[in-house]
Design a protein around this ligand. Structure first.
Ligand code: ADP
Length: 262
């Protein structure tokens, strides 16, 4: 469809990438990166060729979450392109491969966008059915440029059930609407906590907020993921739960969401 074009710049073309799904959130810390990783793995488990781009230029966390802290992209056979590291059968590109983990990224917007464009364009992604993009939190320059310059197929928004987080997610949703990026729907992360001993369920951050907001905003509710130690450990140890526990209930929950978006 027609998109407003920013700054007279040409849209980026990625002819070998069939679809691009961005994973967004209103604020940081809601589990956007964890969700991106597990959704990417679920899509790959469906037999799709998947790539994962870390667009969170100021806080790249995908190398750690995928056990690739020491990985580096390598020069490829294709002129000027890099072969990205891969893990669990998916190709991953992140600014985190190029910079020291302890060094903050202090670039201004245009510079960050330039870096992101290089990661997109100068990577040998191969032929991809889906590229999953872990966006930075919020609605800044990067989000706007991505929406305007990259042919995004659709966006999913990750939110915790809390009202404040939801308010921010609404802002994000309105931004996608303004730039004509279809919104696939909302995912509620950290939805509830189930005691592993007795099975009692606690709604730590309230419950159902994202579902209610999805109804109000007239976008699909894609599913809920509980707060679970195994999800946290998997992310921190570079062994995402969808990989380490392929028959588990969380893997099924991520899989059900993957079915709705691809
Ligand atoms: P964001 O990308 O939104 O900043 P992250 O994906 O980095 O958030 O997650 C923030 C922290 O919360 C990480 O330590 C991660 O392991 C943890 N986390 C995310 N989702 C869950 C979950 N469903 N259950 C338990 N811990 C989670």
């Amino acid at each position: 469809g027609q998109r407003p074009q920013g700054g007279g710049q040409k849209p980026l073309e990625l002819p070998d990438v069939r679809s691009i799904i961005t994973v967004a959130s209103g604020k940081g810390g809601v589990g956007k990166s964890t969700t991106s990783v597990n959704l990417a793995l679920s899509l790959a488990a469906k037999g799709l060729k998947v790539g994962l781009l870390d667009a969170d230029i100021y806080g790249p966390s995908l190398p750690r979450m995928l056990g690739l802290r020491d990985a580096k992209p390598k020069p490829s056979d294709i002129d000027g392109k890099m072969t990205p590291p891969s893990a669990f059968g998916i190709r991953i590109m992140s600014i985190g491969f190029m910079i020291d983990e302890e060094q903050p990224v202090i670039w201004r917007g245009p510079m960050a966008m330039g870096a992101l464009e290089q990661l997109l364009r100068d990577t040998d992604w191969g032929v991809l059915d889906v590229m999953v993009v872990d966006m930075p939190p919020g609605t800044g320059d990067i989000q706007l440029s991505m929406a305007q310059r990259v042919p995004v197929t659709g966006a999913v928004i990750v939110s915790t059930p809390q009202d404040i987080a939801l308010l921010d997610a609404r802002k994000g949703l309105n931004m996608f609407r303004k730039v004509n990026v279809p919104v696939f729907g909302l995912i509620e992360n950290m939805s509830y906590y189930k005691c592993p001993e007795c099975g009692h369920i606690d709604h730590v951050f309230d419950h159902g907020g994202a579902h209610k907001a999805a109804d109000e905003l007239n976008v699909p509710f894609l599913g809920e993921i509980p707060l679970d130690l195994k999800i946290r450990l998997g992310a921190d140890e570079g062994k995402p739960i969808v990989h380490s526990d392929p028959d588990g209930e969380h893997t099924k929950a991520y899989g059900a969401i993957a079915d709705k978006i691809a």
